[in-house]
Design a binder for this molecule. Structure first.
Ligand SMILES: [Zn+2]
Length: 80
């Protein structure tokens, strides 16, 4: 039987109703600003922060993105 957590984790926010709140399932979940995948904010996302200028530069206009999007953005930054 799938838990509520697994029903949401690694799925895309677009699969859920418009006002769906991932925090109602689990406080550790958050949504990638770029692709909409639902991941664990602590271990599966990169966040904009004041102490890491390199990360901030890569994130650009995004506040928080998943690992996949971060590596794509990083390649874009390095290529540009
Ligand atoms: Zn993403």
């Amino acid at each position: 039987m799938m838990s509520e957590f697994n029903r949401v984790h690694h799925h895309n926010i677009s699969e859920f109703p418009k006002n769906f709140d991932v925090k109602s399932v689990n406080e550790d979940l958050n949504v990638c600003n770029k692709c909409g995948i639902i991941v664990i904010w602590d271990t599966e996302m990169y966040w904009k922060g004041e102490e890491d200028l390199e990360t901030n530069k890569i994130l650009g206009d995004h506040t928080a993105v998943c690992d996949d999007c971060f590596s794509k953005l990083k390649k874009g930054v390095n290529n540009g």
